[in-house]
Each structure stands twice: as C-alpha cells, then as structure tokens.
Design a protein. Sequence first.
Length: 621
Amino acid sequence: MFDFDYQLKMLPDRPGVYLMKNNLGEVIYVGKAKLLKNRVRQYFQNSKNHTSKVKAMVKNIAEFEYIVTDSEIEALILECNLIKKYRPRYNILLKDDKHYPFIKITINEDFPRVFVTRIRAKDGAKYFGPYPDVSAVHETIELLKKIFPIRTCRKVIKEKEEKGKPCLNYHINLCKAPCAGYIDKQNYMEMIQDIIDLLTGKGNDVIKTLNNDMNEAATNLMFEKAAAIRDKIKAIETIRERQKIILSNFNNEDFINLYGDGEDWCCQVFFIRNGKIIGREHFILENNILDNRRDIVCDFIKDFYGGTAFIPKTIYVPDGKDLELLEKWLSYKKGSLVQIKVPKRGEKINLLNMVEENAKITLEQFKLKLKREKEFYEGALKELAELLKLDEIPHRIEAYDISNIQGVDSVGTMVVFENGKPKNSDYRRFKIQSVKGANDYDSMREILTRRFEHGIKEIRDIQQRRLELSGVKFSIFPDVILMDGGKGQVNVALEVLDKYGINIPVCGMVKDDKHKTRGIVYNNKELKISTNSSAMNLVTRIQDEVHRFAITYHRSLRDKRILHSVLEEIPNIGAKRRKELLKKFGSIENIRKASYNELLDTESINEKSAKSIIDYFHKNK
C-alpha cells in the first residue's frame, strides 16, 4: 500500500520530474518541477482550487515516483522524453503530429547526394525546408536529377581510392559516375553548388551559363545538344517558380495561438517562410488537465517541437510561462539561437489574432461534427440494444470474418467498433494454423479460441502486475459480438464462449442474394431491420469493414506467396534479398517496373543481383 503522507514528506527541495500512476501501475501524467516538494504537494492539497480535470486525475492516482535532476533544463528534457515513452492520458498529446519533408544535400560526403527526408539530424548535411507540399518536393528532386547528373546510390565514395565500374545510370546519362572516377570532386561540387543556388532562389547565374552554352551549341550547329540545354533551362524555371511557393530557409517564423470553449482547446500553428504563410496545422486537445492558456502554450511547445519537427528561428505566442527555459532547450536542440516572443502591437499581434480566430473556427467545426456523429452513433446503438433487448447500450462491438480461396491462405480477422466508431488500433489478424482446406466453421472456432485465451491470460497478468495496460491486446472483452454469417457461425461463437464461461450476446450478419446486408440472426431467429434505420446503417458499416479487412489481409498473403514463388526463379536472389524486395516494392509489378538504380538502392541488392532481376523480367515479359 502506497503511503502518501510519508512519500510527500520525503519529497526533496530539488528540480526534477514526477510520474503519477494509477492502481495498475500505468503512468497517467508526467510533469516537471523547479522544486519537487512544492509542486507535487499541490495536487493533494487545496482541492477546491483544482479544476475538474485535475480533480479527475487526482482521484486516479494510486502512487507516484520522481526523478531528481541537477537543473530545471535537465528536468524539461527528461519530461519530454518520458512523455514520448509513456504517452500519459492526461498530458497534451498531439495525435496528428506530422513531420514535413526536407531536401537533404549530403555535403559532408566527398560526392554528395540529394534526396527527400523527414528527419533533420545534426550530421553536417545541408537541409532545405520543411515543405508542406510533399508532391512538389518529389517533383523538384526528379527535375534536379534530370538537370544535374549526380549520383543517387548509397555507396561510400572517396575521392582518393580505387574506383569500380559505372552502373547503368552512367550509360543512360543520369550520373557522371564518380564511383568509376569519371568526374573529379571539384567538377562534381560545382553541380552541387548549382543545386544549392537553385534551392535558395539564386538561379540567375546557372541560367546565364546554360544560355551561353546553348547559344554556343547552336552556333556550332549542334542542335541536339542545344535542345537538351533548352530543356534544362525550362526545368530550372519550373523549379524557380515552385520555390516562390515553397522556399523556406530564410526568415523562419511560427505563430502559435489557441482557443478554448471551457471544455476543449484547439491549438493552431501558422508557418511563415520568406514572408509568406506556407501552411498551417491544428491540434484538438481533449484529455489534458490544463485549463490555463499560459500552461497550455508551454506544454504545446514542448510536445510539438520535442520530436523531429523543424524548429524555426522565432516563435510568436500570445502568452506563456518558462519561455526563457524553453528558449534554452529549443536553442540546444536546433544548435543555434531560438527566440520565443510575445508581441504587443503591430503586424505580429494582428497575425496572432488571425491564428486565434482560425483556432476558434476549427474547434467549433470539430465540435459540430462530433455532435452530429455522436447523435447518429448513440441513436444506432440504442436501436440495436432495443432490437436485441439488451439491458445496456453496447459500448464495444467486435466483428469476425474468415477469408480464403478454396482453403488456400486462409485468414481470420477481428474489427472493433467503440461507441459506434471503428477503433483501428484494436483490429487483429489471424493466420489459420490448425485447419486444412476451406472449413470456415473450424477456422472461426480457432480464431475465437485464440482471441479469448489471449484475453484471459492478459487479465491474469494485469492482476498480478506482470503486464501494463499499454501492452494489452485482447483483455478488453466486447459487449456484443457480430459474426459475418448466419446461424452456423453464431453457434460456433457461442460454443467457444461457453467453453470459457463467458457471457456475451452473439449475432450473425446475413446478406441477401445481391450480397447486401438484410438483417441479423439472434437467438436462432433472423431479425428484420428497417433498411432506413440507424441500426441497419451501423451493422452494414461493420459488416463491410470486417469483410474489407479480411479480404485485404488475405490478398496481401496471397500476393506475397506468389511474389516469393516468382522471386525464387531469379538467379542471385536468396531469402534475404527476397525479403528486402518484398519490404520495399510489395508486388511483382512494382519490382518489374523498378529501375536499375531503384533496385540498387534496396538493402542487400548489389549490381549483380540487380542485373539478374532486370534480365529476368526482360526475358519473361
């Protein structure tokens, strides 16, 4: 039994991080403190001053632990790391976090490469971005490769070392082959500098040089060369035009503001690059225990910039606490000075007000959508409960289906709907292990047995504290089970449940001759449901979803089996290479279409095996 009085007395006068836990040992909140003794005690004193959300959290605290640090900045860094690790339900968690792409130039290599990445590391490379328009970035990269024949392989190429043979890209004029010594470092770096100039908007010199080359080629009657240079100039103009929209390596500023309605908050971020709004992002904060604008701004900054998100030079906020501390932390992460400013007048405050107005509109739209969905799902679940004569409205519904073709690649799937909405994180897939041939009843018996045996074991492990709630997969049982089929499938499910002493209502979802849901089977009777009712709408959605999930899983296994059988025929392609090709391309068609360079970029594929793949598909069209 955790002794709160004793543990509160033992809290030190030191900075650090505290972790609040529930009675299952699950971390539900992580916070930092300048003085642990003062901060942690506040949760268990003066409850009248607490918000309803804080009171709800405190009721769930069964124990706490803490970690002392030498400074407040260390506590801040540790807090961010622990929030990422535990994802506590009462902390601000940005579920819609996106990592925008960068263009990376590996100038830390003798012969640099240019490619797209979503991770900005401190590795000596040069990064451009982030860019909100992903497709535009990839198009830009492809244009650059056509204009400048730089390498795209992952080989480590040193200027002074023995050279090998050039790959196919050299022979089709897509690479100058530094790997074979056909271009020296100085000339190669001139191409890289031209690319950097283009990405920073300084393309005039590049175009001037190309225009001179084009005119010279035309004067010497080398019209084919002149036309090729003309095409390069057009491609460069396309890149420069696009850079006016997505250029973002100068005057980087983010504007953050939020709006709350007393229950939830919406945080909105506007990305300003080169004086233009290039994108925005919003986050709805539903579970956090904070109701104070200054606290929320602080926690939002920690979560938003705590991952691999790009950190701008300046961040504007309406208010906030610990801003100097956050500036030190962000500057440390970025490797250069970062400022967080609270504007009071002028264009900056006007823009912040616009961000707040957009946050308000976004939250109102979100709540309206949520309200409509809630009304539909509540109505559908209520109708279903009345139809089945249940004592309570079902909160969690699980549906099951079997998929195979003449017993081959037989699979089973489970989908979960909570409060009428699909909960994708709880979906489960089963490869049929004990059944040979097309026997749907025995296959269903197997997957239900495995599902509930896993669930019973997990419940025991949780009770004995051998498993945290974050690791559960099957221990939450449904209020209703829906089977994709009629009385036979329902009776199989009831047989399995009876074996383990579990009492859960089981229904069968039956279809008509046109393969449309017509009703449900319950207690050995088919219950007709009005086609216009909310309950029928929900049951149809569930049946379509479990069928889609089963078919998709079955097809993926079938395609992999076929893919394996084809790949086994290709010389120089062993088990490891088959696995890597599967992982990267996913289908025979994609491998067939892959270029020599794309194959060479695949893990464990060398020049010999890449050539074998191309030769195989060339011979077997």
